[in-house]
Design a protein around this ligand. Sequence first.
Ligand code: PRP
Ligand code: URA
Length: 209
Amino acid sequence: MAKIMVFEHPLIQHKVALMRNKDTACKEFRDLAREVAMLMTYEVTRDLPTEEVEIETPICKTTVKMLAGKKLAIVPILRAGLGFVDGMLEIIPSAKVGHVGLYRDPETHEPVEYYCKLPEDIDKRKIIIVDPMLATGGSAVAAVDFVKQKGAKEITFMCLIAAPEGIEALTTAHPDVDIYIAAKDEKLNENAYIVPGLGDAGDRIFGTK
Ligand code: PRP
Ligand code: URA
C-alpha cells in the first residue's frame, strides 16, 4: 500500500505560501521551487541504506555510517518538474536524471506524451518522479506507466501541491508508489486546475504567461 506523506514543516509551508501568491515573480518562484525541493529531498531519502565505513579523524580511527551506494534517478515530468531538479541535485549530486515529456491536452485534460529518456540501468535505481502539480493525476499515472515499462521497480512520486482527485488516481493506478506532497489542497476547478493551488506551474517557473 502506498505511503502518502504531507509535509507540515513550517519552512515548507512558508515557502509554498509565497509560491501561491500571484504577485510572486518568476525568479523568486524558481528560487522557492529549488529550496522546497531541497527540503523535501531530505525526507524522501530518509530510507536510503547506509553502511559502516572505517575512517580516521584528526583524533582517532572510527567507524561511521555512509550511504551504501543505492543508485538514484530523478525523473522530472517536463516541463514544470524541471523546477525541482537543481535543488535535488544539490543534496544528491550523484543521482542521474531522466526526463518524461507530457502535457495536458487543454480540452480533454488527458496527458499527451512527447519525450521519454531515462538512464539505461533504470531497473537498478530508486526513481523519484517529480512534478509540482498533481491535479487529475493523469500525468503522474502516465509517467509512472512509462518508467515501469522501461523496467523501473522502486518508484516514489514527489510534488508540491496535490488535489484529492490526483492522489486517488495515482494510488489506485499505482498502489506501490509512495507519494510525498508539500501541501494537499481542496479540489479541482472546472478547468482541472487545483484550488487554491498556484496557477500553471510551468508558466510560473518559466515566465511563459
Ligand atoms: C502540469 C503539471 C503536471 C500536470 C498536472 O503540466 O506540471 O504535469 O499539469 O495535471 P494532471 O494531474 O491533471 O495531469 P502541463 O500539462 O500544464 O504541462 P507543462 O508542464 O508543460 O506546462
Ligand atoms: N497544472 C498546473 O500547472 N496547475 C494546476 O493547478 C493543475 C495542473
